[in-house]
Write a protein that binds this ligand. Structure first.
Ligand code: UDX
Ligand code: ADP
Length: 464
């Protein structure tokens, strides 16, 4: 079996950065080099002050401080790192296509293909290639095709090692995962490659938690795991609407059904809608491949999870308009939270973006506060939707570094992210500085409704 001493990871994002930092921390005998084309991103990873690294994730800056310069390196020299490595992780982004066939559905694999071509060009000896990005099933075949037909005759083994870390708890998830999944070829070389990767994880993860499968099962399991989790949220969100029409309370329903050990308590929290770079993309991938195999009912079944999620975001925004007397034109609305969940600075597919977009269409002014998201990101997220001119977004959306300033003189507050600190704010002070009647729309069921009502707020939480 090949003894791995040098790892290269292509892509220094939310997946590649934390994953490699933890591998380097746990395996001081392995040199780990993370490369990226984005020079600013690499410079930030190399920032002397590890608080300034580009990914916010509790515990990450400490891990980077420990391993960086010892056996963890961040670099833009992609070719050199590929050449030197025994094992190459591919952690580049695979966004949903925004053009052509499969637009809005299939994953855009152009970055993956570029990586494969670059590896094929540079590699002078045998290498193990590990798919780490979320990918549609059978991407390994694409990789294999490119590597074997454009390379210098060297041998490549391709493994699938999907990422199960959740942002906000990435370090914990990487240090103590429920399971690690590794898929590879069933032939002897494939099994050897699997064993090489198993032995890396075995430095800190019990063997019985390292599952091995064939490549396709591994790729599909990633999509199914996320689809099943997202389905639970969409199911609860559908019930939240029913609760609002009846006297039921969605939190009470969640507790009652979650106490059944066959269901369990996790991922039953009704919300303004799930976000993040994985759920929507993975379900769309599942829908897309099902449809491409002619499995209409299967595709429709999973697509409904997305339809429900879009409905929930729209419903939340429409309710704000309705409760503000059917017009928000020229009214100021504060957004507490912009990230897709707490404890991350990632905003991809965040419900906040879509709720803001709908309210901007109604000509509202939006004042945003998020503890970890920067102003330019908020504007970039809205500009990306391309639903209105960039200047309009910049005129109507303002980002504040202080939550009290963001809420001042507004007609209403919408809670979009479940940051813990929101619970501890001086809500009396916020109330005193708002226009009356002061309204709160809690899209996360986060705040103490009773306390807020005593102050004088009118509060509407999801599902009650
Ligand atoms: C997810 C998977 O959990 C992880 O295993 C996979 O590797 C990547 O995708 P992530 O997107 O980081 O991780 O976050 P997750 O905690 O799953 O939350 C996704 C979205 O669902 C967030 O917007 C979150 O706020 C929302 N959510 C989650 C709910 O609305 N209700 C819940 O009960 C749980
Ligand atoms: P994820 O959440 O999947 O990690 P990110 O967008 O945070 O996604 O990170 C992906 C990273 O991959 C980006 O920093 C991007 O610059 C990088 N990347 C994409 N293609 C290449 C490539 N061919 N070579 C090196 N880096 C790449």
């Amino acid at each position: 079996m090949k003894n791995i001493t040098k790892i290269c990871c292509i892509g220094a994002g939310y997946v590649g950065g934390p994953t490699m930092a933890v591998i380097a921390k746990q395996c001081p005998h392995i040199t780990v080099t993370v490369v990226d084309l984005n020079e600013a991103r690499i410079a930030a990873w190399n920032d002397e002050n590890t608080e300034n690294i580009p990914v916010y994730e509790p515990g990450l800056s400490e891990v980077v401080a420990e391993a960086r310069g010892r056996n963890l390196f961040f670099s833009t020299e992609v070719d050199k790192a590929i050449d030197e490595a025994d094992m190459i992780f591919i952690s580049v982004n695979t966004p949903t296509k925004t053009y052509g066939a499969g637009k809005g559905m299939g994953a855009d694999l152009k970055y993956i293909e570029l990586c494969a071509r670059q590896i094929a060009k540079v590699a002078k000896d045998d290498k193990i290639i590990v798919e780490k990005s979320t990918l549609p099933v059978r991407t390994a075949e694409t990789l294999r095709d490119i590597l074997h037909n454009t390379g210098n005759g060297v041998k490549f083994q391709i493994l699938s090692n999907p990422e199960f870390l959740a942002e906000g708890t990435a370090i914990e998830d990487l240090l103590m995962p429920d399971r690690v999944l590794i898929g590879g070829d069933t032939n002897e070389e494939g099994q050897e490659a699997i064993e090489a990767l198993v032995s890396i994880y075995a430095n800190w993860i019990p063997r019985e938690r390292i599952l091995t499968t064939n490549v396709w099962s591994s790729e599909l399991s990633k999509l199914v795991a996320n689809a099943m989790l997202a389905q639970r949220i969409s199911s609860m969100n559908s019930i939240s609407e029913l609760c609002e029409k009846t006297e039921a309370n969605v939190n009470e329903v969640a507790r009652a059904i979650g106490s059944d050990s066959r269901i369990g308590p996790k991922f039953l929290k009704a919300s303004v809608g799930f976000g993040g770079s994985c759920f929507q993309k993975d379900i769309l991938n599942l829908v897309y491949i099902s449809r491409s195999f002619g499995l209409q009912e299967v595709a429709d079944y999973w697509e409904q999870v997305i339809i429900m999620n879009d409905h929930q975001k729209r419903r939340f925004a429409e309710n704000i308009v309705k409760k503000l007397y059917n017009t928000v034109a020229g009214k100021k609305i504060a957004f507490l939270g912009w990230a897709f969940k707490k404890d991350t600075n990632d905003t991809r597919e965040s419900a906040a973006i879509y709720v803001a977009d709908l309210l901007l269409n109604e000509q509202a002014d939006i004042k945003v506060f998020d503890p970890k998201v920067e102003e330019k990101q908020v504007h970039a997220d809205l500009d990306y939707l391309a639903t209105r001119p960039v200047e309009e977004n910049h005129n109507a959306v303002h980002v504040f570094a202080d939550p009290y300033e963001a809420c001042k003189d507004t007609h209403a507050i919408a809670v979009l992210t479940e940051w813990d600190e929101f619970k501890d704010y001086d809500w009396q002070r916020i109330y005193d500085n708002m226009l009356k009647p002061a309204k709160i729309f809690d899209g996360r069921n986060l705040l103490d409704v009773k306390k807020l009502r005593e102050i004088g707020f009118s509060v509407q939480a999801i599902g009650s």
